[in-house]
Write a protein that binds this ligand. Structure first.
Ligand code: GLA
Length: 386
């Protein structure tokens, strides 16, 4: 499937005529995991794979939506934007969430639209197709109906939809990376005040290989929200002795002064504080082209997520071990964990061999078919010329 075929499909469903195309990328996080709800720094990047939105405004109020990546693959039609609900297909909770958010903020539409979605990234692969979908939707609605959103609002509104209308208490990292992505650069984002810097991703000679563990997960039901609660508990323990607003700001040297309410809470705090330091130093290494030091930090981040934060699981740990065994200089799980994917830095000339070996051995050990794809760092959500 390519964009040309998606455009043909659009005409097949909705007839010939003018259309606009928007693209919203997935993201990887290079390092700085589970820090965006702890006031820390993160280092994500948008990727060259994502979701295409092919759309045409209608003269009446009707709204038709179709995703070529979902089972039905045919338009689902509603009498008006405000009628969108998820009865016809589960994935409609995302457009419904955007719709509810807009209506709750006083935005009603006079005219509907015909929309076809096609994604060049797998669903639930851990590269944030949900942020791509939400930011892309908001961007498209803003452009079509001139809603006058600011760039930062694509990210903050999408996060709000995810938090308040979908039910995942996620941080801002994914939505920010999708909205602000820039080719060949990572985003060094301070999540407590949303200041950021674009960092040249100097990884010459290496490819970024994403391997999706293919372990099924539903973040809304996973331990994601309970990790947040544990971090809040750690901060409460620290605040009995020191005044700090964010867990990521606490100094490692003072850790011994704190009596944590449990060993688990102490581990979570230790991970967050160490990961914050790794993220800051990784940023230096990446921008100065010190790829070996950068790669080492990626590995240490995975180890922290495995041993202290405990969000990896045997699938991601196996992928991590195999990546290092077959020649990656650095590897780690990326995103929330509990399934999802790893990223590995692999020499260009070794990518094919590496992928074959890792996937084969993973299948033997875990019994699942992992999927791999090479990504490059791309621009954020935008309209495309067609
Ligand atoms: C998910 C969330 C993000 C972030 C990561 C972990 O991707 O959506 O906000 O917390 O997990 O770093």
């Amino acid at each position: 499937m390519d964009i040309k075929r998606a455009l043909d499909k659009f005409e097949q469903f909705y007839g010939p005529g003018e259309k606009r195309v928007f693209f919203s990328p997935g993201r990887i996080n290079l390092i700085g995991e589970h820090l965006d709800y702890n006031g820390g720094h993160v280092l994500p990047a948008a990727i060259d794979k994502g979701i295409y939105f092919i759309v045409r405004k209608r003269n009446d109020k009707k709204v038709s939506l179709c995703s070529l990546n979902m089972d039905d693959k045919k338009p689902l039609t509603f009498e008006s934007f405000k009628d969108i609900n998820e009865e016809k297909a589960n994935w409609l909770i995302y457009p419904k969430g955007v719709k509810d958010f807009l209506i709750d903020n006083g935005i009603e539409l006079e005219e509907g639209f015909d929309l076809l979605l096609w994604a060049s990234l797998p669903n639930s692969a851990g590269v944030s197709s949900s942020a791509a979908l939400l930011v892309g939707f908001l961007y498209m609605m803003d452009t079509l109906y001139q809603l006058h959103f600011k760039q930062i609002e694509y990210a903050t509104f999408a996060q709000k939809v995810e938090n308040d209308y979908i039910g995942l208490n996620c941080g801002i990292m994914d939505q920010f990376a999708v909205a602000f992505g820039k080719k060949d650069t990572a985003i060094f984002l301070n999540t407590n005040d949303l200041t950021y810097e674009y960092i040249d991703a100097k990884i010459d000679g290496y490819s970024i290989v994403v391997i999706d563990s293919n372990k099924k997960r539903a973040l809304r039901e996973s331990d994601y929200n309970s990790r947040r609660e544990e971090c809040e508990a750690a901060l409460r323990d620290i605040n009995k002795s020191y005044k700090v607003t964010y867990l990521a700001d606490f100094s490692k040297d003072k850790m011994n002064d704190i009596t944590f309410s449990s060993e688990v809470i102490e581990k979570r705090a230790k991970y967050v504080i160490e990961e914050e330091a790794r993220t800051v130093s990784s940023c230096e290494y990446l921008s100065s082209g010190n790829i070996e030091a950068f790669a080492k930090e990626l590995n240490n981040s995975h180890i922290g997520l495995r041993d202290l934060y405990q969000v990896t699981g045997k699938e991601l740990d196996t992928l991590f071990d195999l990546a290092l065994k077959y020649g990656a200089i650095g590897s780690r799980m990326t995103g929330a964990g509990f399934g999802g994917c790893t990223i590995s830095l692999v020499e260009h000339s070794n990518v094919e061999e590496f992928t074959k070996n890792v996937l084969t051995e993973y299948k033997k050990i875990i019994g699942l078919d992992a999927r791999s794809f090479v990504v490059s760092i791309g621009d954020g959500t935008r309209e495309l010329e067609i």
